[in-house]
Ligand binder design. Structure first.
Ligand code: NZQ
Ligand code: ZN
Length: 387
């Protein structure tokens, strides 16, 4: 078991109607709020009006239009400008992972004199940042409970996932009823994203019985509850359990004491959405089974056996490679059963830029240290199999 040094300083406020605590929470941070949100879903579900009515008496500045795969230019740059010009005290991010990630970059950029991109690209490290409170409206990324942020820069085809302890939200509001309106496409993509967060921690060299059990149970819960939520989008129990699974997915709690994996599927997917602006969870669902097939070997087969037997209930008396291959096929079939497009061509990606993307990943993502190291040639093979 590996050493670790762990803290998640975020307060989680979970459940139906918890938004009523918003005024009490915001009062700790000051009067000037930057309210950050996306393309309008929070208005459609009445959350925007609710927030405004709960926060009467505060000075609220707004940054709207934050896109999925949030862009450095214009969203991060505009947000930093608003914060600096108006001496903002706190950011209230209302929306999905994209809104929250964008807010994390803005929070640090607001307290930094240079270009915010320096912080995202690890050229410099934040010394302080504005506090962030969020109301998450989509179960997927776990950004509400982690120190990560993912920002895209279109002109250089960069989509950088960076980790900085300043990124932890101070308080996250998790009301599953706000996710009732999430589309079937985004619900399925959110499930695939969270499942992959678990797999990125499960498929590692050195793991514990404790973590393996936690991961296996999360994968089962995500599959059962995503199916239930797709069948009945207002199934509170399903949305609630899915939301909590997603929250746990990305803050490292599932792999305390494990060796690292290098998060290879995320590294590959980030290039896909940087080059083609696709939905993150869909890209992951497409890549995951192809990556699994690619790394299956005598060295890794026992992990796949454990996964197949404990997550999909495959007969443990079968040959180990038979179990492993059935487990990989079951993974693919599950994603397909919730209507995720399972080929890159279905999301508008052809072979023309595979070499370029593989090179970009090999140079920028450090996959030579992954659970199974991946070279540029391996990446080309995985991407080509995913077409
Ligand atoms: O923009 P609006 O109008 O709000 O619509 C959004 C958006 O179109 C919509 N939506 C959100 N809540 C809704 C809703 N529609 C109806 N009802 C609601 N309640 O859903 C669409 C997608 O939103 P987005 O925020 O982009 O989705 P998600 O939460 O999946 O975030 C994806 C981003 O997070 C990054 C991804 O790479 C991607 O950029 N990730 C962040 C991570 C982190 N910070 O730890 C980890 C992840 O691995 C991931 O990389
Ligand atoms: Zn993810």
């Amino acid at each position: 078991m590996q050493n670790f040094d762990y803290m998640t300083p975020t307060r989680l406020i979970f459940g139906k109607g918890v938004i009523e605590k918003l005024p009490e929470v915001m009062s700790q941070f000051g009067k000037k709020i930057l309210l950050a949100y996306g393309g309008g879903s929070i208005k459609k579900i009445g959350l925007y009006d609710k927030v405004k009515s709960l926060l009467q008496g505060y000075d609220i500045y707004e940054l709207s239009g934050i896109q999925p795969n949030p862009k450095y230019d214009p969203s991060v740059i505009s947000g930093v400008k608003i914060c600096k010009e108006n001496d903002i005290d706190v950011i209230l991010a209302v929306g999905g992972g994209s809104v929250l990630d964008c807010s994390k970059a803005i929070a640090a950029g607001a307290k930094y004199e240079g270009e915010t991109w320096d912080l995202i690209s690890y050229k410099a490290f934040a010394k302080e940042s504005l506090p962030i409170v969020d109301i998450i409206t989509l179960a997927a990324t776990g950004s509400e409970y982690d120190a990560g942020g993912v920002i895209s820069r279109t002109e250089t085809n960069d989509k950088i996932g960076y980790v900085d302890p300043h990124n932890y939200p101070r308080v996250s509001f998790l009301d599953p009823t706000y996710t009732f309106t999430v589309s079937a496409k985004q619900t399925a993509a959110g499930c695939a994203d969270a499942m992959n967060h678990v797999m990125e921690q499960y498929f590692a060299e050195d793991t514990t019985l404790l973590n393996d059990g936690f991961c296996e149970s999360m994968l089962k819960s995500l599959m059962v509850n995503a199916v239930a939520a797709l069948k009945n989008p207002e199934d509170y129990r399903a949305r609630a359990e899915m939301m909590l699974c997603c929250t746990y997915g990305c803050n490292g709690i599932l792999s305390l004491g494990n060796s690292g994996s290098g998060w290879p599927c995320h590294a590959i997917e980030h290039a896909l959405s940087a080059y083609y602006d696709i939905t993150h969870g869909e890209g992951l669902a497409i890549i995951t089974p192809r990556w699994m097939k690619h790394i299956l070997s005598e060295r890794t087969v026992d992990r796949f056996v454990k996964y197949g037997v404990n997550v999909f209930g495959i007969d443990k008396t079968l040959d180990k490679f038979e179990i492993a291959n059935r487990a990989i096929d079951a993974t693919y079939e599950f994603f397909r059963s919730i209507n995720i497009p399972m080929h890159l061509r279905e999301v508008g990606i052809d072979e023309s830029r595979i070499g370029e993307m593989a090179h970009h990943i090999a140079v920028n993502e450090g996959l030579e240290n992954a659970y199974v190291p991946l070279t540029e040639t391996d990446l080309i093979e995985i991407l080509t199999r995913s077409l």
